[in-house]
Design a protein around this ligand. Structure first.
Ligand code: 4AZ
Length: 491
């Protein structure tokens, strides 16, 4: 998430998900301010990243002060000694050259030749023409990962061309739903398929992937070829799941500074319980998968046995009588850092799928190519405290919080470089409305093109609703690829 980068002057800045982005992002550059956490229970994690302070010892005093005098001055004085010194220096240079050559050879040895592509960093090479052909060639299947994606708020289906190293929309000519089902399966949606339709492509694409209808093979990827023509002038818009639709919108919204929610307002919101106690929030993305924060499932809570999810229930007091969903798997982001809260995202797979209805529905994962305004209005929801150091709320609350530009959130007066590209800030620098303890893992959503998108998962902040200390959320847009891969690998 790089705000404003590369924009021509005069063009409004925006958040843009540029698709598959690195997930293990930069570590924070400086130690955090004092840690803050008011969770009384042992389950609750600290809400501000904490760092071990670096202590300078006497060994880190500048070398120039303590370094002994250069030996060369005293040794290389006579002519013979000078000659010896020169020879010695030459030997050192030669040995260095040999070592460098060896290292270079070792480094290039594993690289693939021009037509080949390396499977991750495994050293295995697979010809570019075999990537995205529907058949696994890499030991870990990298050649068939990330071959399809949905782009932008209109869910335009795009296919990756390894030869051209670019994504192309799929022309609707010859399209049938069976291909849509195959693409959804590839993105980890299993047999879930909602709709596919042709829409006018407004991206200005001049090259497409087209289906060779006469090809006998039924495999989607084997039938696709590049073409500059698309006679229907429409491209495929694909929805794997009906997501991001809420039943009705509530009135003004308390989280801190919010208002009670009504049933169906935030149907993707779940309450995650440990031993009958609400610990964290989460968001439904499919009947089986919940997005939450990695800091909610730190050891020992990475064990799925601890967790029960409640969906479609507004009051904690009612959950006691409601049907909870047991958790089968907990998958934390492999690059989650508990000190900095970088990559604070996790997935839970339920033992039994949820049944969707007016009160229980999934939210949409953000597609790459979604443009968000710098102050895009977003909504947070949860059963967290309604004031700093308060207790969990009985009723679900929600509040509107605008996004805050990363540069501003990272400024000296706000979080002073603690915000990584895997985080997103939202709230008001004046304070007053914010997520709080107990909201962690829950959704930060935005409405765009009549669809609700999961932009963030509640992660951390210094206190609640304080001036210059807005809420910080996991930047879901940079994790969508990881989420799809996990859903596919654990289906
Ligand atoms: C928490 O610990 C928490 N004000 C969530 C959000 C914020 C602070 C703490 C942001 O769950």
């Amino acid at each position: 998430m790089d705000l404003n980068s590369g924009l021509p002057p005069g063009v409004a800045p925006y958040y843009e998900n540029r698709g598959y982005q690195p997930e293990s992002l930069y570590p924070p550059r400086r130690p955090a301010a004092g840690a803050y956490s008011v969770y009384p229970a042992p389950y609750y994690p600290p809400s501000v990243p904490q760092y071990t302070p670096r202590v300078l010892t006497h060994t880190s005093t500048p070398g120039v002060l303590t370094r002994p005098k250069s030996p060369s001055r005293t040794l290389c004085t006579s002519k013979t000694k000078k000659a010896l010194c020169v020879t010695f220096a030459l030997v050192i240079v030669l040995a260095g050259g040999v070592v460098a050559a060896l290292l270079l050879w070792k480094f290039t040895e594993n690289k693939c030749n021009v037509s080949g592509m390396e499977c991750g960093s495994s050293g295995t090479c697979v010809s570019a023409s075999l990537w995205c052909d529907g058949i696994l060639h890499c030991p870990r299947g990298e050649d068939e990962n990330q071959c399809v994606r949905l782009y932008g708020p209109n869910f335009i289906l795009q296919v990756y061309s390894p030869q051209r190293k670019s994504w192309y929309p799929v022309c609707r000519d010859g399209w049938s739903e069976s291909y849509g089902k195959a693409a959804c399966q590839d993105m980890g949606y299993g047999n879930s398929f909602y709709s596919s339709q042709g829409i006018v492509d407004d991206s200005g694409a001049t090259s497409f992937m087209k289906l060779n209808v006469s090809a006998g093979n039924t495999d989607l990827y084997k039938k696709l070829y590049h073409s500059d023509a698309c006679s229907s002038k429409t491209v495929v818009s694909l929805r794997c799941i009906e997501c991001g639709i809420n039943t009705k919108m509530g009135r003004q919204s308390r989280i801190v500074g919010g208002m009670n929610a009504a049933l169906g307002d935030w149907p993707w919101q779940v309450s995650l319980h440990v031993q009958g106690v609400h610990v964290c929030g989460g968001s439904i993305i499919t009947p089986e998968w919940i997005v939450t924060a990695a800091h909610c499932v730190e050891e020992p809570l990475n064990n799925p046995r601890y967790w029960t999810a409640f969906a479609g229930i507004l009051r904690q007091s009612v959950m006691f009588f409601g049907k909870g969903y047991r958790v089968e798997k907990v998958i934390s982001h492999p690059h989650y850092d508990s000190k900095s809260k970088n990559n604070d995202i996790a997935l839970m797979k339920l033992q039994t799928p949820l049944t969707f209805n007016d009160k229980v529905k999934p939210v949409c994962l953000p597609n790459p190519g979604m443009r968000l305004e710098p102050k895009q209005p977003c909504w947070i929801s949860g059963w967290g405290a309604t004031y700093e150091k308060g207790k969990t709320s009985d009723v679900l609350n929600a509040a509107m919080v605008p996004l805050i530009e990363p540069a501003q959130c990272n400024s000296r007066f706000v979080y002073n470089h603690l915000i990584t590209p895997a985080m997103i800030c939202a709230g008001y620098l004046g304070g007053s409305v914010d997520s709080c303890q107990g909201d962690s893992g829950g959704p930060l959503v935005t409405l765009k093109s009549s669809v609700w998108w999961l932009i963030g998962d509640t992660s951390w902040g210094s206190g609640c609703a304080k001036a210059n200390r807005p809420g910080v959320y996991g930047n879901v847009t940079v994790f969508t690829d990881w989420i799809h891969r996990q859903m596919k690998a654990n289906s």
